[in-house]
Design a protein around this ligand. Structure first.
Ligand SMILES: [Zn+2]
Length: 560
């Protein structure tokens, strides 16, 4: 049975209390609330007497305490509503050996100095360099969000109109995108595509207002009262009609907010009001989601060249499908998918999406998923099976020509040797980079072949290098093939977590190739052929062991 921490470690509690006493901090009250310990304290900070409430969590000291100063209102380092102090920054700053007394003695005076200073030089040493966005504190409706774009600078405009597209209903629930921001004179300041897929394309006509200081109250009713006291003209419900005589009114409230350390930007929160037929009004706060391209790229700065790159992916099985999603996640400009196959339920053990898309064409299921989740990446689905010559089967050459028109890289995940040979030749003849991925039966070994557009070697050269023993063949399981019931060809056995290794490496190699020579971009990769070993000679599991080899033109190759 799990016990409260002070029963598990009685010495720890005694030690904490003695340390507080030694630090001159008075313990006025001590309470136990279930598995939590609550201390009411009095401390002297800069000659001021401060009342503090320390709450120890259930799993102390593995997780840290929270200290509240209910009588204080600091500009920074204090939650304006709940009043807890930022004594321990989020992240890994807390050590199990730290005590409440040591934190209060050391951090409390620093918090006071940092909170009351406007001089970044004075506080640079005192505080962690992270922004404290006040919008995080508002009591927003769970699961609701309205997306906007951090690139929108409103300049001198102080109010205007909004067009919001997506899902909304009479419960105040909204999942939508601000698709237009207008000024008071009707000029459209910013426009963007809807970023959330919604069953309807309904729109709310809303308003926005810029205020000088953020609203101090954090519940929807108090927030609205404070806003309308400043701007009585917003009190009147306008907005958009809903079924059954209801009406939804959305006001985007824009205020100065610290977005990064000591740097003010535009904070947003949305006040949503629903007026029913009986005139009763419910109010909600809905959080703003920063969803612009630059918002997404912030965490992946080295991948910036991908926003200008179009990639054709042929084959969307267990290697191609995760590669597509990874490339979309990395921010590729456009993906063109080609595959003629559909999702057999039995294959979802080795596919990124599950039963929800059983029976759908693979490329259509993937492209829907990418549109829904990575809307800044363009995607097209080409349902086509290569190699057919029936009277009504579309031409391979025409399909490949339109697929490859204007692309920068051909990503080959067909996992068939003859198709790999053909596609590497096609890439060469149209002058684009080629990256091919494959796995062996059992998923014991995997291979990524890169033939950069400027490399004069070809796929056949690789076979000569393999015959020479200069490049090894990936290991495979002797029992790695199986016949699945109802499947028209034998398939290989392998776990998705093994085959995923080659998809990740393939995307890494493709990204590196597309970023080559660009400033502050993803690192250069010098090897053209990468071979992965996941098993030793006896089939024992080993840590993923990648080896890289160059691919140069082979003197015996007839293709040159
Ligand atoms: Zn060659």
């Amino acid at each position: 049975m799990l016990k409260p921490w002070w029963e598990t470690w009685p010495n720890r509690l005694e030690y904490e209390l003695k340390a507080l006493e030694a630090a001159g901090i008075t313990i006025e009250d001590q309470q136990r609330d279930g598995y939590r310990l609550i201390l009411t304290l009095r401390a002297q900070v800069d000659g001021t007497d401060v009342r503090l409430i320390a709450r120890f969590p259930d799993l102390y000291p593995f997780t840290r305490f929270e200290v509240f100063a209910p009588d204080l209102s600091l500009n920074r380092h204090q939650n304006p509503h709940l009043k807890n102090l930022c004594l321990v920054p989020l992240g890994d700053y807390w050590e199990i050996s730290d005590t409440l007394a040591s934190y209060l003695s050391k951090q409390l005076p620093r918090v006071f100095t940092a909170a009351t200073s406007e001089d970044p030089n004075e506080v640079a040493e005192l505080e962690v360099h992270q922004g404290e966005p006040v919008s995080h504190y508002y009591a927003c409706l769970p699961n609701a969000i309205i997306l906007l774009n951090s690139e929108w600078g409103l300049g001198k405009a102080l109010s205007g109109e909004l067009l919001i597209r997506g899902y909304f209903d009479a419960t105040g629930f909204v999942r939508a995108t601000v698709t237009e921001v207008g000024s008071d004179d009707g000029t459209v300041l910013f426009r963007q595509q809807p970023l959330l897929i919604s069953p309807s394309e309904d729109a709310i006509h809303g308003r926005w207002i810029a205020i000088e200081k953020n609203i101090a109250h954090y519940t929807p009713d108090e927030f609205a009262d404070e806003l309308f006291a400043m701007h009585p003209e917003l009190r009147q419900i306008e907005g958009t009609k809903l079924p059954k005589g209801a009406r939804i009114d959305v006001i985007g409230v824009v205020f100065p907010e610290e977005l990064t350390w000591r740097h003010l930007g535009q904070g947003w929160v949305f006040l949503v009001r629903v007026q029913r037929k009986d005139r009763s009004i419910s109010k909600f706060l809905v959080r703003a989601g920063r969803a612009g391209e630059s918002d997404l790229r912030k965490r992946i700065p080295e991948l910036w060249p991908l926003q200008y790159k179009t990639i054709a992916i042929v084959g969307t099985g267990c290697l191609g499908a995760p590669s597509c999603i990874e490339l979309a996640r990395a921010g590729a400009k456009e993906l063109r998918l080609l595959d003629g196959d559909f999702v057999e339920p039995g294959t979802i053990v080795r596919w990124p999406l599950g039963f929800a898309i059983a029976g759908r064409n693979k490329v259509e299921a993937l492209s829907y998923f990418i549109k829904a989740n990575y809307p800044w990446t363009g995607v097209s689905a080409n349902v086509h099976r290569i190699g057919l010559s029936f009277p009504n089967s579309p031409s391979d050459i025409e399909s490949l020509q339109s697929l490859l028109d204007g692309v920068h890289l051909l990503y080959d995940a067909t996992a068939e040797l003859d198709l790999q040979r053909m596609l590497s030749d096609v890439a060469k003849s149209v002058g684009v980079h080629y990256v091919g991925v494959s796995s062996t039966p059992g998923g014991w070994g995997e291979r990524v072949i890169r033939i950069a557009a400027e490399n004069d070697a070809c796929r056949a050269c690789l076979d000569y290098h393999i015959a020479d023993g200069a490049v090894p063949v990936p290991v495979s399981s002797p029992h790695g093939m199986t016949e699945a019931p109802g499947c028209n060809a034998p398939t290989f056995t392998a776990a998705n977590f093994d085959t995923s290794e080659v998809a990740l490496m393939g995307v890494r190699v493709a990204t590196s190739t597309l970023c080559a020579g660009e400033h502050e971009a993803y690192a250069e990769y010098k090897s053209d052929v990468s071979i992965l070993k996941l098993r030793d000679d006896h089939g024992g599991l080993i840590p993923p062991d990648w080896k890289g080899f160059p691919l140069s033109r082979h003197p015996q190759c007839q293709n040159h």
